[in-house]
Design a protein around this ligand. Structure first.
Ligand code: ADP
Ligand code: MG
Length: 595
């Protein structure tokens, strides 16, 4: 279809587009144009974070001279033939090239497939120069130089070159994930080069994703392919155990368009709700395909949010398909969680009227026919078969310890929970959650007072990380040092850790630094210093704490209980989960039908 001008009415209906916000948005528009042009190979070159240069070259269909001249005029597009109600290309507003041309020096060279001649149009600060012949293989080459030279105020709002370069990387990653059939290369004086080879057929997508997310994504993910009422969901989701400290590894697409839509992110979260702790995030790459008439992509200037005609259907599809995928991979931790028993357990100090408690499913004899008293045969057999080794840490305690709010430690079970006896019941403490809270409070206290004491590592630890993470960590080195962690750049793809906060003990420094890099990636300019330090402290506490799975001595357990009692906010861990729960004797008696 030839390029033509949209009607005034259509122009007005189109949301005012802030198309050119930063270099990465230019890259996005240009690469999308190349994809829309049917390219099989897209080459992107940048300099100085894209401000000095962005060059995108493709081998797509190209433009005939007349179209080339029109392409830089506002609202001129070859794509909106089906109307705004049915958008099936990435571009549609016909304003990207014109907008870029109004704020930068833009040159577009193009040769239409099948034609022998190539031409170039250039535009500088909005003034278009006449076409001139150039030499070019079939396809299009768009060159943007000196971005925002015409609008210096915009330049001030840009972040560092490095940050802009990394935003470009992110955009290219998102686009490349959706198009394994296209070869992408990204290079330039401001970055290390990436080349993603094209592939088609089975495994092509997962191969591309592994190149972009990491080779461990493949073995740790499940394929999704489900359809509900004409809406299709495809992609890969990480196993719950393969989780991250932030949500930056969630890539969602609607009809091939990368979106950061709250509803979709919410649905993803919902699918993992029973499987992940609140502060952990799944890794997922999901593609929704539906009739373009069922979704409005024109609600957001950067087209990042979408509106579905039937949001419930889409949510149900996402949650259902992911849960089905989990269910298909063998037994997972049961989510039934013995609801009634949990209802009887409650954080200390809370009073709630008790109600009769039916036996939890896991206690119920098979067949559900035997009354509560006594275990039926199968359950008894299971009990007998299990050695009592789980409850091996039996503490010897003075009887007066029972008077403490958290009582006297009696046992450690599953190397994770401390069971303590109180005067009128029992308390179960999540040792990791509780200790984490204590370390966190201690860290915050020393931040506020004399600074966090550090210990020098005998052998400094070198941790390899993606370049972006290295940048973020080194940019925050002073704040990290304030929290007791000394980190320095060690070449482009690594940092070296020299000191760790002493109160964390023998911490896995590499894991801590990786997690902190994830955390830093989530910060924006509005995160205050206090907030930043708190968040660093919180991550550190998580790593410096007695991990679930560590055997504790009776005296250690009692000491932990006493410290919890003495620490403010200790009934919840830093993530808002309870650190201990209590079950009153009365509740236990109810469970056994004694009341
Ligand atoms: P839109 O993509 O919304 O149509 P643009 O301003 O990005 O608007 O592009 C205007 C027109 O220029 C497109 O509709 C297309 O016809 C043409 N065009 C832009 N880039 C390319 C390219 N790389 N290859 C072929 N045609 C292109
Ligand atoms: Mg476009």
């Amino acid at each position: 279809m030839p390029i033509r001008r949209l009607s005034e009415e259509t122009i007005n209906r189109i949301a005012a587009g802030e198309v050119v916000e930063r270099p990465a948005s230019v890259v996005k528009e240009l690469v999308e144009n190349a994809i829309d042009a049917g390219a099989r190979r897209i080459e992107i070159v940048t300099a100085a974070g894209g401000v000095a240069l962005i060059r995108v070259t493709d081998d797509g269909i190209g433009m005939a001279p007349d179209d080339l001249a029109l392409s830089v005029e506002r609202y001129c597009t070859s794509k909106l033939e089906t109307g705004l109600e049915r958008i099936d290309t990435l571009g549609f507003r016909g304003e990207a090239l014109a907008s870029i041309g109004s704020v930068a020096r833009l040159a577009i060279a193009s040769r239409r497939a099948g034609s022998a001649d190539a031409f170039e149009v250039s535009i500088e600060g909005g003034t278009v120069a006449p076409l001139r012949p150039v030499s070019l293989p079939a396809g299009t080459r768009v060159e943007v130089r000196d971005l925002f030279f015409a609008t210096p105020a915009r330049l001030k709002f840009l972040k560092s070159e490095r940050a802009e370069a990394s935003a470009i990387t992110d955009i290219v990653r998102r686009l490349a994930m959706a198009h394994p059939e296209i070869r992408f290369s990204l290079s330039g004086s401001d970055r290390t080069a990436t080349d993603l080879s094209a592939a088609t057929g089975d495994g092509a997508r997962l191969h591309r994703l592994s190149e972009l997310i990491g080779s461990d994504f493949g073995p740790n993910s499940l394929a999704i392919d489900a359809v509900r009422e004409g809406v299709r969901l495809q992609g890969f989701v990480g196993l719950p155990t393969f989780n991250k400290a932030n949500s930056l590894s969630q890539f969602l697409y609607v009809n091939g368009r990368s979106v950061r839509d709250k509803q979709l992110i919410g649905a993803l979260r919902g699918a993992y709700a029973d499987q992940l702790k609140r502060d952990r995030h799944p890794v997922a790459v999901l593609f929704l395909t539906l009739d373009p008439a069922e979704v409005d992509v024109n609600v957001h200037p950067a087209k990042a949010e979408v509106r579905f005609r039937d949001p419930g259907l889409v949510r149900g599809l996402i949650v259902g398909a992911i849960r089905d995928a989990f269910a298909g991979t063998g037994p997972r931790s049961s989510t039934a969680a013995a609801g009634a028993t949990i209802a009887a357990f409650r954080p200390l100090g809370q009073t709630r009227p008790l109600r009769p408690i039916p036996a939890p499913a896991s206690f119920r004899p098979q067949g559900n026919v035997t009354p509560l008293r006594g275990f039926a045969e199968p359950a008894q057999a299971a009990f007998a078969a299990r050695p009592s080794a789980d409850a091996r840490q039996v503490a010897e305690t003075a009887p007066d310890d029972l008077a403490y709010p958290l009582g006297a430690a009696r046992a450690q079970i599953h190397e994770t929970y401390i069971v303590a006896q109180t005067e009128d019941g029992l308390v179960i403490v999540d040792q990791h959650a509780a200790h984490e809270r204590l370390v966190y409070e201690r860290l915050k206290k020393s931040l506020d007072t004399r600074g966090v004491p550090r210990q020098i590592l005998l052998i400094p630890e070198v941790v390899e990380l993606p370049e972006d993470d290295v940048d973020r960590l080194t940019a925050r080195a002073a704040e990290l040092a304030g929290c007791g962690l000394t980190v320095e750049r060690f070449g482009p793809g690594a940092v070296v850790i020299r000191e760790t906060p002493s109160m964390l003990g023998n911490v896995d420094a590499a894991a801590l630094v990786r997690d902190l890099a994830d955390e830093l990636a989530e910060w924006d300019r509005t995160t205050s210093l206090r907030d930043r330090l708190d968040r660093i402290a919180s991550r550190m506490a998580c790593h410096g704490s007695v991990r679930a799975g560590r055997r504790m001595k009776p005296a250690e357990m009692d000491a932990l209980l006493r410290e919890i009692e003495a620490t403010p906010n200790a009934s919840e861990c830093n993530h808002g989960r309870p650190t201990y729960i209590e079950l009153k004797l009365a509740d236990i008696e109810r469970l056994f039908g004694r009341r």
